[in-house]
Design a binder for this molecule. Structure first.
Ligand code: ADP
Ligand code: ZN
Length: 843
């Protein structure tokens, strides 16, 4: 295997797909933090079957790894300077039918280039989790091993080595996993290494078949009546007759288990019927449907408003052209954007094409999924993070096989295996959740735009609060701008009002969680039998714990943040690394007894409200209460049905939902968000308030939005309350321009992390030096290294270097050069560097 730079590769064109000749070499991308691909030779057995897009098992270092074939070659490229003898053989072909379609191969290669991410890692992220095969070590006992085992005196037979030998002796072999279960990972691995050295066992690798596979169930169907069975039918017992009737009532076919239940029959009754050729028992593939049994909303026929019709016409005209076109659909909340998305997707289907819609995690509400299912029936496949592996697997295969032609999902649905794309919709395009926060770092929205570009599709970015980047693109004519200026039926937007908590403090003489205005509004809303939503961006009971004697705060041992008190669990929890510890009785620093809880979280808000308004039916929604999908769905559906009066929670309740009876939204405090050391803090606060305001007054009733703050004059709050996007944009874009922030420059962040601060600092300094060396023409501004805003996280120190340039290609080239240079420097560990192009979150 040998190095090769990714950027020099082309996907597939001059390769052997479709040739008769069998390729001798495969170029393989590995899911490791390595920029290049590797060349392997294909043994005779694999030559005929290997395809671009298939997974292969290949030796790498001392282990076997799953890789992805990105190209096939007849001969070694002399430019690589490789000798036949240096090349290793691929071990096993994992898919006869390639899993990665040409379109996905192409878009992942683009991501790999654009975001400086390893191609193999991107490909791995593009496939559903259940498909990524794992490899296991098989440990086979040798004759010498058996002899050794029989010689062992019983006293010695308790060592780790002896235990592994005995495990292997039982069936002739065992696996490292199995041994690790009994001995622990490191003891097992050590024992296996020693046994292998003594030649008492041999080690081989094999791929464990993917965890997810099609689900199969026994089913029963009625056979067509023949002479023979008709004769038999006369003699059916009452129980048998009942089984037959139950089957007929269900269309002649049922799952075995369901039939047993529905007919109240025993398995032997059905077996008898099978013997008599009345029914047939067979195995059927059943689909794991995330919406099985869900009640679907009625499909009401809606007449589009004029603004909607105009926007849709423009989008559909572009679809007719069959060329790339990009639209920014800017419509206030409740202006009917979703209706346009759905019709644009119908148009794609009508033209025989496929359609894709990306939504932020939070917008994928149960209500929304059901709405789509009502529109597209079985031809829609739905992806989001709380599907089970099996559900995800089935949805993915339905797309791959072409059974589903509409895909709706969160970020990674942009990799859906569909061809012939007609339209891609990105709803709430401004959402930070489109950015993947771990390697491979990519932005789902920007990837969608590029995918549309490559596949000559139409892309529609929709939002009530477009990102600065997209709005600027629209101003500059890169996107066509569509506006829905008013709500459906000219419903009033909810009035947003700022509540100055400084005044509340002056009046009450002490800090209060709730102002008198907000409490009064809650009471009135409830008296009118309407619903309210109360929002706070902090989970837990109180935000931190303070010692009143010495001023010490209790911090996480691993991270640079305070621990949050969670009363229901009686513990202090770190929201970054999930460290949990008991609440101390006295201060860990000075042993003083005056431990004090400061600030409030959703848990406390809920408690205050329950005490104050005992008649209110309240549900709290945050990461603590909604770890299970069903809990979240239940609460949302019950709230929608009017069985709850109030939702209390973090911003997961602020977005996407459509509850006509909600007339009050209260934001307990926006201040934490405004104070973040991130140039997007104002934009985020503006978006949050606008989105929240969009939750109130969606029905006939006018809504109210109350926002508590200690910074009532902040421009983001002022413009958000006035619902003046353009004014906010003008002020914010000036600030971005003056301080050289996106969209005026491309930004990259190099984050060096590690446990040893001295090494982290040395590496960061070395990278800075390499950047300066390579930055000869000073096209790129380099800032730092400086401690990252979160200077310690999960036990690691973090130093950050920020890069700004007007040219994104120059930025990427510089990073590539500098990291390449730094990698050769002693003591500089470039594996500890996260490279983020266009970072969304600078924390
Ligand atoms: P958005 O996505 O912009 O927030 P939606 O598409 O969800 O808005 O529309 C808001 C509400 O108005 C929904 O209940 C929707 O069914 C309804 N609606 C949308 N378009 C129309 C229309 N042309 N006539 C009547 N009701 C509409
Ligand atoms: Zn922590």
């Amino acid at each position: 295997m040998e190095r090769r730079s990714v950027s020099t590769q082309s996907v597939a064109p001059d390769t052997n797909v479709g040739h008769d000749a069998e390729s001798l070499y495969a170029e393989v991308a590995l899911p490791l933090r390595l920029a290049q691909t590797f060349t392997y030779s294909l043994p005779l057995a694999l030559r005929g079957d290997a395809r671009v897009g298939s997974r292969v098992l290949v030796p790498f270092g001392r282990t076997l790894t799953t890789g992805y074939v990105v190209a096939l070659h007849d001969a070694l490229d002399p430019a690589l300077g490789l000798e036949e003898s240096e090349i290793k053989e691929a071990e096993e072909l994992l898919d006869a039918e390639p899993l990665i379609t040409p379109e996905v191969l192409e878009i992942t290669r683009w991501i790999s280039d654009y975001y400086a991410a390893p191609w193999g890692e991107v490909l791995k992220a593009a496939l559903p989790a259940g498909l990524n095969a794992t490899i296991e070590q098989v440990i086979t006992i040798t004759q010498a091993g058996r002899d050794e085992l029989s010689r062992l005196p019983p006293r010695r037979a308790v060592t780790a080595k002896a235990q592994v030998l005995r495990l292997a002796a039982e069936e002739g072999f065992t696996t490292l996993r199995e041994a690790a279960r009994e001995l622990g990972q490191s003891r097992a691995a050590k024992a296996v290494r020693e046994l292998s050295r003594a030649r008492w066992v041999t080690i081989a690798h094999r791929s464990r078949t993917a965890q997810a596979r099609a689900k199969k169930r026994k089913a029963v169907r009625l056979l067509p009546p023949s002479e023979h069975s008709e004769n038999g039918a006369r003699a059916l017992t009452a129980a048998q007759q009942h089984v037959v009737e139950t089957l007929i009532a269900q269309g002649g076919e049922m799952l075995f288990a369901e039939l047993l239940e529905a007919a109240g029959a025993s398995a032997s009754t059905i077996q008898t019927l099978e013997r008599r050729c009345v029914v047939e028992v067979f195995v059927r593939e059943v689909r794991r449907d995330p919406l099985a049994g869900a009640q679907l909303p009625a499909r009401d026929s809606i007449r589009l408003t004029e603004a909607q019709a105009t926007a849709l016409r423009d989008i559909n005209e572009a679809q007719k052209d069959g060329k790339y076109a990009a639209f920014l659909l800017h419509g206030v909340t409740g202006s009917g954007k979703t209706e346009i998305y759905i019709r644009a997707m119908h148009e794609a289907i009508r033209r025989g094409k496929t359609a894709m819609m990306l939504v932020p995690e939070i917008a994928l509400t149960p209500v929304f999924s059901r709405r789509l299912r009502a529109h597209f029936g079985d031809s829609v496949a739905i992806f989001h993070s709380s599907l089970t592996t099996g559900e995800r697997f089935d949805e993915w295969h339905r797309l791959k096989r072409g059974e589903a032609r509409v895909v709706i999902g969160t970020r990674s649905a942009v990799f859906a295996p569909v061809g012939n794309l007609g339209v891609i919709v990105v709803d709430e395009e401004h959402e930070a959740s489109y950015r993947q926060q771990e390697s491979p770092y990519y932005n789902g929205r920007d990837t969608a735009v590029m995918r549309a570009h490559k596949e000559r599709a139409v892309v529609v970015l929709g939002s009530a609060t477009p990102s600065m980047e997209s709005f600027q693109n629209a101003r500059q004519g890169k996107y066509r701008y569509l506006r829905l200026p008013v709500r459906i039926a000219n419903r009033a937007m909810a009035r947003a009002e700022i509540i100055d908590m400084r005044e509340s403090f002056r009046a009450g003489g002490r800090p209060e969680v709730f102002s008198a205005e907000l409490l009064a509004a809650i009471e009135e809303t409830h008296a009118r039998k309407q619903q309210s939503i109360i929002l706070l961006n902090r989970r837990g009971y109180s935000s931190f714990v303070l010692c009143r004697s010495c001023g010490e705060r209790i911090n996480c041992a691993n991270c640079d943040v305070t621990l949050t008190f969670h009363r229901s669990e009686r513990s202090l929890i770190c929201h970054y690394c999930n460290l949990r510890q008991r609440v101390p009785d006295s201060c860990p620093a000075c042993s003083g007894p005056f431990i004090f809880f400061v600030g409030e979280g959703t848990e406390q808000i809920e408690e205050i409200l329950r005490t104050r308004f005992p008649a209110l039916r309240i549900a709290r929604l945050d990461r603590d209460t909604t770890a299970r999908r069903s809990t979240y769905e239940q609460a949302i559906l019950r709230f929608g049905a009017g069985e709850l009066d109030m939702l209390v929670g973090t911003q997961m309740i602020a977005k996407g939902h459509d509850f006509p009876n909600v007339t009050l939204v209260g934001v307990v405090s926006v201040d934490a968000g405004l104070a973040l050391p991130d140039f997007r803090a104002a934009e985020r606060a503006f978006q949050l308030i606008t989105q929240v305001a969009g939750r109130a007054g969606r029905g006939e009733l006018p809504g109210r939005v109350l926002i508590q703050t200690y910074h009532p004059h902040h421009y983001a709050l002022r413009h958000a309350c006035a619902q003046d996007f353009d004014a906010f944009f003008d002020e914010e874009i000036n600030y971005r321009k003056n301080l050289s922030y996106p969209p005026f420059v491309a930004l990259a962040s190099l984050l060096v992390h590690g446990e040893d601060l001295t090494r982290v600092q040395a590496t960061a300094a070395e990278i800075r030096r390499a950047l300066d060396d390579a930055n000869t023409e000073r096209h790129v501004r380099v800032l730092g290294p400086a401690p990252a805003p979160l200077a310690r996280l999960r036990g690691e120190h973090r130093m950050q270097i920020l890069l700004k340039s007007r040219s994104r290609p120059r930025l990427r080239t510089l990073i590539e050069l500098a990291l390449g240079q730094a990698a050769h420097t002693q003591g500089c560990d470039t594996n500890s560097v996260n490279v983020e192009i266009d970072p969304v979150n600078l924390m």
